[in-house]
Design a protein around this ligand. Structure first.
Ligand code: GP9
Ligand code: MN
Length: 643
């Protein structure tokens, strides 16, 4: 043993064990990683190991005793990174990202320069091992082999670390599919892959996207504004400004698809409350409304609805473009008409990088999980009923008029529900995802009914515009067999496209109520809302068009370039008649479709230029004050003070 310790290999092994142990210690002591199953616990134990082996192993490339110096330097850098994250987390409840480090005003105003105040007595643990290793090095290096380790052996060490990483990633992907592609959440990446691998991932993401930003220039904007000006739809005088000065309550119906509306399971309505809204004279239901999301799912829906911009073709713009400049609904409503904005969501604030991008949107208050009693959670977070209940006093505390966005969660894949919350039987297709879906949808429906009652009781119902929307599908095409049983229709490509309808309901004065058959999507909601509130949307860069306008563009473009309109359902090179599902063969119609496709492709490419190039930083609409992220802070200070 003594002999081993006195060798390079022993020195290396000891360093790996120390780094591994203190990283694991930090998981338990510092970070709230929200471990929900045995697999996650297991990954937590093994994930610091691969990075420790690979990076410390690089020291073997150095000759002779210099290997020790190299190892100590690498070890120090990794320990410093870990400790920096620990301090950052103690203040921000979040991990460091390169873009946030670049925004130094954000950092210093947040931490108030008081890094020392964040330190704890036991923090020496994070560097103790380095001191021990230095002592060991000084006393044992004279016995070390002065040759460089055979390259083959060094390669073996590094390859074994990489192999371990591959196993780690494979297991993480089982627990959380598309972990790397979808860029959900920093907490997830650290939980599954550890802080060192997370940092590398963050650096790669950054390098990939920042070059496009650097290359962009103000002149890139001209083709964008040319397009949006030509695409602009004049407001309909009948509705313009009819809701001026009212509060806006926007309710996100998680994974809710329109087929549920008026659907009867074994003769029983699944969502009786939402069905009653369809018949409500004050509420308009858009039954040809589609989601336009991609991998960013909820985050894409939020981006679309608040900015009238699409998300990215891959990954989530919320995560990778979270520090861009935006001109989003919260800031527009504030600057045009003095609105206060708030988002309510019973989940970790870092999910989808919300805590960063909301600052760019100008969201004044973000009520995340720290504002709720999270004991009543299931699946991703707080159950919808307590969520709405606990949101009421927060909503009432806001200055009016407000723009409030409430994001539900219980109706989320895999649609788990506590037995006592189930008030309708499951479906019986044998596909548990589909079968469960009806129970969680019913639960959401009941939660909404309770919330509407509370709004009426509080007096806020009458002076509020209410928007309800489904964010994206709940049942993917993997469940076609069961869905055929549910809908009685063959789940062809055409049919799957029709299933991407999600509900949009709007309660606003002057609207006729009943069902509106206009074709539209999430992209169109912001201009519609602006016009209802009496805001001129033409001065902003927004790709959607007002659903109530005579000039509304009813081609609903999907993120992949497909589209659905009243006339056509265009999926790749196959064109269907939307009404019948028949293939379109008429040459004149095909020409028309091709033109519309081109127009959409143009819009999507401009959309990408805006996001990748961060072009809105160059755009200066009349009277606009750029949003400053450092003006916003979502940490629940009352919570930290009470502790
Ligand atoms: C997480 C929630 C779910 O906070 O909004 O996001 P999703 O998985 O639907 O994109
Ligand atoms: Mn969602």
């Amino acid at each position: 043993m003594k002999k081993l310790l006195a060798s390079k290999k022993g020195f290396f092994a000891l360093a790996v064990i120390f780094l591994w142990a203190k990283t694991y210690f930090s998981y338990k002591q510092e970070f709230n990683l929200d471990i929900t199953n045995g697999m996650q616990e297991f990954l937590l134990v093994i994930n610091p190991l691969s990075a420790s082996i690979v990076f410390l192993g690089l020291a073997f490339l150095a000759k002779g005793r210099r290997m020790g110096i190299w190892l100590l330097v690498i070890d120090f850098i990794m320990s410093f990174l870990l400790y920096a994250n620990v301090l950052y987390y103690r203040f921000f409840n979040d991990f460091i990202t390169l873009p946030t480090l670049k925004q130094t005003d954000n950092l210093s105003s947040g931490m108030g320069g008081s890094i020392f105040g964040l330190m704890q007595g036991y923090d020496f643990i994070y560097f103790l091992d380095i001191i021990l290793l230095i002592v060991l090095y000084i006393y044992t290096r004279k016995n070390w082999n002065i040759e460089r380790l055979a390259f083959r052996k060094t390669a073996m060490v590094i390859i074994s670390g990489v192999a371990l990483f591959a196993v780690n990633l494979g297991l993480a992907e089982v627990d959380r599919p598309q972990l790397l592609q979808r860029t959900f959440d920093r907490t997830y990446l650290v939980k599954y892959l550890g802080p060192y691998n997370y940092t590398i991932y963050d650096a790669i993401q950054n390098a990939k996207t920042s070059t496009q930003r650097v290359m962009a220039s103000p002149s890139d904007l001209s083709e964008v504004t040319e397009f949006t000006e030509a695409n602009y739809a004049e407001p309909n005088a009948k509705y313009f400004g009819k809701a001026e000065g009212m509060n806006v309550i926007k309710i996100h119906l998680e994974s809710f698809q329109s087929f549920l509306i008026n659907y009867k399971l074994n003769g029983e309505e699944v969502t009786p409350f939402l069905n009653s809204l369809v018949n409500d004279k004050q509420i308009t239901y858009f039954d040809n409304f589609f989601h336009q999301t991609e991998q960013g799912k909820t985050a894409d829906a939020e981006l679309l609805m608040d900015n009238s911009l699409y998300g990215l073709p891959q990954g989530s713009a919320f995560s990778v473009k979270g520090t861009n400049t935006y001109q989003a609904a919260p800031a527009i409503l504030n600057q045009e008409q003095g609105y206060t904005s708030a988002v309510f969501h019973g989940d970790e604030k870092t999910f989808w990088n919300r805590d960063e991008i909301y600052k760019q949107f100008g969201v004044d208050h973000f009520f995340d999980s720290t504002y709720y009693n999270m004991e009543n959670s299931i699946n991703y977070g707080l159950k919808d009923k307590p969520f709405f209940e606990e949101s009421m006093p927060l909503l009432e505390s806001l200055d009016q008029p407000f723009y409030a966005h409430l994001i539900t969660l219980t109706n989320h894949y895999p649609f788990t529900l506590d037995p006592e919350d189930a008030t309708i039987d499951k479906a019986t297709t044998g596909d548990s995802t589909v079968d469960n879906y009806f129970q969680t949808a019913r639960y959401l429906d009941e939660a909404l009914e309770q919330f509407f009652n509370d709004l009426k009781e509080s007096g806020m119902y009458d002076n509020s515009v209410i928007l309800l929307y489904g964010d994206h599908y709940g049942i993917s095409t993997n469940h076609n067999r069961a869905m055929e049983e549910i809908t009685g229709k063959e789940m062809t490509d055409y049919q799957n496209a029709q299933m991407q309808r999600v509900p949009l309901m709007i309660k606003a004065p002057g609207l006729e109520g009943g069902v509106n058959h206009t074709y539209g999507g999430e992209l169109d909601v912001l201009p519609t809302l602006e016009h209802l509130l009496g805001i001129d949307s033409s001065k902003y860069i927004q790709f959607g068009t007002d659903l109530l306008s005579e000039e509304h563009n009813d081609v609903v473009g999907l993120r992949n370039g497909d589209f659905i309109s009243k006339d056509y359902t265009v999926l790749g090179d196959t064109y269907y008649d939307t009404a019948t599902g028949e293939i379109v063969e008429d040459e004149a119609k095909i020409e028309e479709i091709k033109k519309e496709k081109e127009e959409l492709a143009k819009m999507l490419s401009l959309n990408d230029k805006i996001l990748y190039g961060d072009l809105l930083r160059f755009y200066d609409p009349e009277g606009w004050t750029p949003v400053k992220a450092s003006d916003y802070d979502y940490n629940n200070r009352s919570e930290t003070e009470e502790e």
